[in-house]
Design a protein around this ligand. Structure first.
Ligand SMILES: Cc1cc2nc3c(=O)[nH]c(=O)nc-3n(C[C@H](O)[C@H](O)[C@H](O)COP(=O)(O)OP(=O)(O)OC[C@H]3O[C@@H](n4cnc5c(N)ncnc54)[C@H](O)[C@@H]3O)c2cc1C
Length: 290
């Protein structure tokens, strides 16, 4: 099917984009990589009157770490995340997720910000950002606000973003000291969305967990943060008993639905097994210093 007719603008600055979004309100949709939006337009699940293509807004495409914060621009593409040496050496959960998002064609165009704004509960980046305790900067013509990833997602394909707002920056507390992460994803075939995936990010101090983040993909109405599992790890040595306890708490936090990919019990068990494996892998990486 062809999309319904729409007007098209391609602003070159963020201010121009925000002016357009403010003037157009609910009639408009931001176009980033188009990997989720274009299929929706073609299926006529969405028929915005106006597309605001932000691909020429260079100030939305960056990766930068300073003053204790990793800053990711929303237009940063999945492929760029996959190729970044800095992310590979310091943020294993990001690097490992990046190479498992979709397939190389989608990764070339799709953006981290577009994926977060789309708020698909089976999207990979949402769980990664929950594990990293990221914050998102949302900007409209009227001002900026910062919201934690945990408060951003509100349900399937729903988020705190308003129609006149752009997601303009993703902020991750910089990884200091001994840290490690992992992203484990079960998919039916390479390039598929997750049946279940688990993101883990750990910071260790003197053999104990200084902080732990665990995000769950495709097992709830939105990406989920396994708060109780994270709290159970804090301040403790990562021995087998502690890992198993946290993995059981992560499994309990999952709210999967049965479908042709598996039963509720099966998916919950995958969360448990992946949390265990992810914590062990993250611990090894933290011991190695990366
Ligand atoms: C075949 C296929 C397989 C895929 N597999 C996976 C997978 O395994 N894992 C996964 O996580 N994803 C997967 N995806 C989705 C892919 O990652 C998309 O790139 C991503 O969901 C959307 O990013 P985008 O840049 O293409 O955004 P677009 O499609 O351009 O936009 C998506 C939505 O976000 C809004 N938006 C975009 N940028 C902003 C912004 N800066 N501020 C405010 N709103 C914004 C748009 O208005 C739109 O509503 C797959 C897609 C395809 C086509």
């Amino acid at each position: 099917m062809l999309p319904a007719p729409f007007e098209y603008s391609a602003p070159e600055t963020m201010d121009e984009a925000l002016d357009l979004l403010d003037a157009l309100g609910d009639e408009s949709k931001v176009l980033a990589g188009g990997q989720s939006l274009i299929p929706l337009l073609k299926l006529r699940f969405a028929s915005p009157a106006h597309l605001v293509d932000v691909n020429r807004v260079a100030e939305l495409d960056f990766l930068d770490e300073h003053d204790g914060v990793l800053r990711i621009g929303p237009l940063f593409r999945h492929k760029a995340a996959e190729r970044s040496g800095m992310l590979a050496s310091k943020y294993a959960v990001i690097a490992e997720a990046a190479r498992q998002v979709a397939d190389p064609i989608v990764r070339n165009r799709g953006t981290v910000g577009g994926s977060l704004a789309h708020a698909d509960p089976a999207g990979d980046w949402g769980s990664v950002m929950l594990a990293l305790d990221a914050e998102f900067v949302l900007r409209s013509k009227r001002g900026s606000r910062t919201i934690r990833a945990r408060d951003f997602f509100s349900g399937p394909f729903s988020s705190a973003l308003k129609s006149n707002e752009l997601l303009v920056e993703i902020r991750v507390p910089a990884a200091d000291g001994r840290k490690g992460g992992s992203y484990l994803k079960l998919e039916r075939k390479v390039g598929d969305f997750a049946t279940v995936a688990v993101a883990v990010h750990l910071q260790m101090d003197d053999g104990k967990v200084k902080s732990a983040g665990i995000g769950l993909t495709a097992v709830g109405p939105q990406n989920l943060k396994a708060d109780r599992a994270e709290a159970a790890l804090k301040g403790r040595a990562l021995d087998d008993a502690t890992i198993k306890e946290a993995a059981a708490l992560a499994a309990a936090a999952a709210e999967p639905k049965a479908d042709n990919r598996g039963s509720v019990d099966y998916k919950r068990n995958v969360v448990r097994v992946f949390t265990e494996r992810g914590l062990r892998r993250a611990r090894e990486r933290a011991q190695g210093g990366a």
